[in-house]
Write a protein that binds this ligand. Structure first.
Ligand code: GLU
Length: 443
């Protein structure tokens, strides 16, 4: 595509959803734009389906987008204005579901992409949800706990026009955690005059959270890796693993991989990483973090950059940080046989092509990291029925849903002769399209 060119791909020229490059970005920057990447993936997947053009247009753009600018009283007495978003991509299958991200790099296009991926993820897992995502442009590490609470309560109030246990159910994402969810649940409940635990998931267990939710995403990633190793004929005891991102997802997967006998040769945080060819014990790193240390000052292993970690010669590389980490710039240097997407959107469409050509087995984000939203769904169901299951019941249900989805993706790769990502998206998009047409176009 030429610089700034906007390519119409629809039979409905002029439709706001029909443009390939909605932000009018120049070629050099398209790969950085998560929404442009999500649309490019979508276009590739739908080329294997016979969807009505109107349905395709409908799925290319979000159902609704809310931008809010809101004030927060800082500890200093100053008033600072923050910007936040909540985007609903699709409401066809049920209430919208998706996390809230606190990061200085949040953009509306990023939130649009993440909301779209949530629609596909929920559809692939057969959860009765549409996709949503929220974000606030803020570095949570620069705020005091009291400031973070005030920001969260105000943002929750601003998006309460969309949020509700039957309409839109947030959850944690990058930069947010169970405490932030507790503040959202409390704020919403105060406005209603009674407790509404089902309005958010990923809450602390004490207020209606689910056992196993904190570990769910990482466990799901670990489960997918086991399945992929099986398909590739590699036994876990012989597998070497490098993990980018040691947050809620990467740290759990690292410990699981270690317990299953895999050798964790590298891990990293946003500040940098550690490399030890004969293996790092992730439990020791977790203990070090709990004592106030950081990944980069853990004693022993050599240091490694995030960039070099991705290109290590190992069996599995887990991208569990943020989007756009494996790009046209580094994909040809990736040596891992299996790429597990613990994060959303870590691989760009350009990189996908390079990795596919090399024969790498990509476990796509909407499959690989779906454990989080699966247990979010189980949490929501438990809250609605006010009856809670033991952790082994949760993990059994999680594993069952992940296994079924993994199998269906592999099946679809054979049926459509496509990559794992295309197969996963094809299944998801077909289900949403069917739901749209069965419901009919109102009025
Ligand atoms: N933020 C997580 C994701 O990207 C979890 C979403 C949820 O549980 O609703 O899947």
């Amino acid at each position: 595509m030429d610089e700034g060119e906007i390519l119409e791909i629809s039979e409905n020229p002029g439709s706001p959803c029909a443009i390939r490059n909605p932000a009018g970005l120049s070629k050099g920057r398209i790969e950085d734009n998560a929404y442009a990447n999500a649309l490019a993936q979508f276009d590739k997947a739908v080329s294997h389906l016979h969807l009505k053009h109107g349905v395709m247009d409908m799925l290319r753009c979000p159902k609704r987008e809310l931008s809010v600018n809101f004030p927060v009283m800082m500890d200093s007495g100053d008033i600072r204005i923050f910007r936040g978003y909540r985007v609903h991509h699709s409401v066809v299958k049920g209430p919208t579901k998706g996390g809230i991200r606190y990061s200085p790099n949040v953009t509306l296009d990023e939130v649009r992409a993440l909301a779209m991926w949530m629609t596909w993820k929920c559809a692939l897992m057969n959860l009765p949800y549409g996709g949503a995502k929220g974000g606030v442009i803020v570095n949570p590490k620069e705020l005091s706990t009291r400031e973070l609470e005030r920001l969260t309560r105000r943002y929750a109030t601003e998006i309460s026009v969309l949020m509700g246990p039957e309409s839109d159910i947030p959850a944690p994402d990058v930069g947010t955690n169970p405490q932030v969810m507790a503040w959202i649940m409390d704020t919403y409940s105060m406005h209603r005059g009674f407790s509404v635990p089902a309005v958010v998931t990923g809450k602390p267990v004490e207020i209606g959270g689910s056992l196993g939710r904190t570990e769910a995403t990482g466990r799901g990633v670990g489960f997918c890796i086991l399945e992929a190793l099986k398909l590739r004929g590699i036994s876990p005891e012989n597998a070497t693993v490098a993990i980018q991102g040691f947050g809620n997802v990467g740290s759990v997967t690292a410990r699981m991989a270690h317990e299953l006998g895999m050798k964790v040769v590298a891990i990293s945080s946003s500040k940098g990483g550690l490399y030890k060819p004969d293996g790092i014990d992730p439990r020791m790193v977790t203990r070090h973090l709990e004592r106030g240390g950081s990944v980069t000052d853990f004693p022993g292993p050599d240091s490694i950059s995030n960039e070099d970690l991705l290109t290590l010669d190992c069996d599995v590389v887990i991208a569990a940080a943020i989007e756009n980490q494996i790009t046209s710039q580094n994909a040809d240097r990736i040596k891992a046989r299996i790429v597990a997407e613990g994060a959303n959107g870590p691989t760009t469409p350009e990189a996908d092509e390079i990795l596919d050509e090399k024969g790498a087995f990509i476990i796509p984000d909407i499959l690989c990291n779906a454990g989080g939203v699966i247990v979010s769904y189980l949490e929501w169901v438990q809250d609605l029925q006010s009856f809670f299951w033991p952790v082994d019941e949760i993990n059994r249900k999680l594993q069952y849903l992940m296994a079924k989805a993994f199998e269906s993706v592999i099946e679809a790769t054979k049926q459509f002769k496509v990559s794992n990502r295309e197969a996963a998206q094809i299944l998801a998009i077909q289900r949403i399209s069917d739901a749209i047409l069965i419901r009919g176009i109102y009025p």
